[in-house]
Design a protein around this ligand. Structure first.
Ligand code: F3S
Length: 281
């Protein structure tokens, strides 16, 4: 029997829970009503997405695939203004569950861009959240993943640095330190969300208390990836899994106390299922 130490904060954040609850509500009401769609996976957790699809959720690759007249849930990552405008023209019922933390980043990007700042977004340029924020910038824009990319930006007058909500604060500070030498004026907006910071702190708190950490979360989940980085940077051995089937018995040999952490898009039922299995190993 393994001893389990659960990270203080694990699993669904407020924004993801709000989005999933809205999908469930729309699906329940939608049985006799209209079909329920999202654009892209509603959350970065394949097991939870499979559950929602089994209940009737339909997932489009982009707005052009959405048929007229249906319900469309805007996921927590948000969408660009262009996508929202395209949906309005289709006469669909839009249910917007953009996370308020993402909305704040979109609004800041929009307002500062209108004030004449060149916007630098810190994050993954292929991530839906960054693409949604990009859709609110009318002027100059760069996306950087780290300090090295920030070093390559040209010198500018007024620059505003805005972060993807799932970034680590250390990286935001490091990129700000680079940009302050490359801008006449630098505005730094800490748009990292509290849920992200709390989950990162909860992983740091496992250091010295466990023989390894099982991290539960989707491979596409940015915040889960950051949790792995933080755990490994702090000397913790990590087994990153999406589902119970991936529990590798070999990894558990010689480890008595196992920490469990989970990304913000990992559902409670999956954490419980995996924890119970580990406890019996
Ligand atoms: Fe929102 Fe933060 Fe979750 S931005 S979706 S509360 S990870």
């Amino acid at each position: 029997m393994k001893k389990i130490v659960m990270a203080d904060r694990a699993g669904f954040c407020f924004g993801v829970k709000r989005a999933v609850d809205a999908i469930l509500e729309a699906l329940t009401a939608g049985k006799s009503d209209r079909a329920v769609w999202t654009i892209g996976m509603p959350i970065h957790n394949p097991q939870e997405v499979a559950r929602l699809k089994a209940m009737g959720l339909q997932v489009a690759q982009d707005a052009s695939e959405i048929p007229p007249g249906v319900k469309v849930l805007i996921r927590a990552h948000g969408e660009s203004r262009a996508v929202l405008n395209a949906l309005r023209e289709k006469n669909v019922c839009v249910i917007d569950t953009t996370c308020p933390f993402v909305r704040r980043a979109q609004d800041l990007a929009n307002a500062l861009s209108e004030e004449g700042y060149h916007i630098v977004l810190l994050g993954d340029r292929n991530h839906p959240e960054i693409r949604s924020i990009m859709g609110y910038v009318d002027g100059g824009l760069d996306v950087v993943a780290d300090e090295a990319e920030a070093e390559r930006l040209p010198k500018r007058g007024r620059v505003a640095l805005i972060s993807q909500t799932t970034q680590q604060e250390e990286r935001l500070a490091a990129v700000a330190a680079v940009l302050v030498r490359r801008a006449g004026e630098l505005r730094v907006c800490n748009t990292i969300c509290r849920a992200t910071m709390e989950r990162q702190d909860a992983v740091r708190a496992l250091v010295g208390r466990v023989d390894g950490v099982v991290l539960i979360g989707g491979r596409e989940s940015a915040n889960t990836g950051k949790l792995r980085n933080i755990a490994e940077m702090n000397g913790l051995d990590v087994l990153w899994i999406e589902s119970t089937e991936e529990l590798d018995r070999g990894w558990f040999e010689g480890r008595e106390t196992i920490g469990i952490a989970a990304g913000a898009s990992t559902p409670e039922w999956l954490i419980t299922e995996i924890s119970n299995k580990i406890a019996r190993m």
